[in-house]
Design a binder for this molecule. Structure first.
Ligand code: C2E
Ligand code: MG
Ligand code: MG
Ligand code: MG
Length: 285
């Protein structure tokens, strides 16, 4: 599909452009009904602490099961949701559903872990974001310490002072904050010391070729050192194999997320994963 390359990257023939435009319109029209029709769901990908070998958290990742088109990944529809403003109701649904599910699993007796939720710029800039989050946490009665919000560098750089204010309010609420895709956006390192965040997530593009590309090694090491000096935790994203795992471990990354440990899991598979995890913990005890 044309959109795979990112929506700002097509410069092709007229036929391609109209096909892309048509596809976009189709997605937009269908997305409007996706929420009502119950076509959206969340998958959860475990994040494993390398020191304790324990699952610390899971990232909630949005999936759209379209009745005719099948599974559509967020890269295909989140940009359209952002352009059309649909990201606001969708984002509200994601936060509520992620918190609700986590609370349900805790009530079922699984060891409490955090759920990490991605925010879009439009959501982050809403004036009532903090209030919305407070309300969801109260309604669902999830302890705020089990919610983590993932933002990106570009989101905070748009209006640094407002961002610091919002982040401070979120920290006062007790939720965790991480900077996603770190190293790929436009951030000023100078501001990092003023942002009340907890975690930097090293972008997958650096981990992808870490065993072949000295620049990726240098960046991963530098981000890890920077984070630790600022008393932040570091997550390596997109770890797929043992080689990558052993390298990020050697560089003292704290937490790993990636196919090596698990793909994003549906609700049923999360429960299965947590069951196995619980029994392996018992076996190791
Ligand atoms: P992200 O937040 O950086 O999420 C990580 C992405 O990397 C996910 O893609 C995940 O499936 C993928 N991934 C994890 N481990 C590996 C690995 O080992 N190898 C490879 N090749 N990929 C791995 P996904 O689920 O397609 O999501 C793509 C992006 O869409 C996310 O990137 C995030 O920016 C956005 N997104 C997903 N869900 C939401 C949501 O609920 N709200 C918003 N605003 N954005 C979302
Ligand atoms: Mg993320
Ligand atoms: Mg990321
Ligand atoms: Mg991202």
């Amino acid at each position: 599909v044309a959109k795979k390359k990112g929506r700002n990257q097509y410069e092709m023939s007229n036929a391609d452009i109209s096909a892309g435009g048509f596809e976009k319109l189709l997605i937009e029209n269908n997305l409007r009904r996706a929420l009502e029709n119950d076509e959206l769901s969340l998958y959860f990908q475990p994040q494993v602490n390398l020191k304790s070998n324990r699952i610390m958290s899971m990232e909630a990742l949005l999936r759209w099961k379209h009745p005719d088109l099948g599974m559509i990944l967020p890269g295909e529809f989140i940009p359209i949701a952002e352009e059309t403003g649909l990201i606001l109701p969708i984002g509200d649904w994601v936060i509520r559903t992620a918190c609700h599910k986590m609370k349900e699993w805790q009530d079922d007796g699984y060891p409490p872990i955090r759920v990490a939720v991605n925010l879009s710029a439009g959501q982050f800039l809403q004036n009532d974001l903090v209030e919305k989050i407070r309300n969801v946490l109260t309604e669902v009665s999830l302890d705020p310490t089990y919610l983590e919000l993932e933002i990106t560098e570009n989101m905070v750089m748009q209006d640094v002072h407002k961002a610091i204010d919002v982040l401070q309010q979120l920290k006062e609420l007790g939720v965790w904050i991480s900077i996603d895709d770190f190293g790929t956006g436009y951030s000023s390192l100078n501001y990092l010391k003023d942002f009340p965040v907890d975690t930097l997530k090293i972008d997958r593009s650096f981990i992808y070729d870490i065993d072949k590309n000295p620049s990726s090694v240098a960046l991963t090491k530098a981000i890890t050192t920077l984070a630790h000096d600022l008393k932040l935790k570091v997550i390596a994203e997109g770890v797929e194999n043992y080689k990558q795992l052993s390298m990020v471990k050697q560089f003292s990354c704290d937490v790993v997320q990636g196919y090596y440990f698990s793909q994003p899991l549906s609700y049923d598979h999360v429960v299965r994963y947590l069951n196995e995890y619980q029994s392996s913990k018992v076996n190791n005890a």
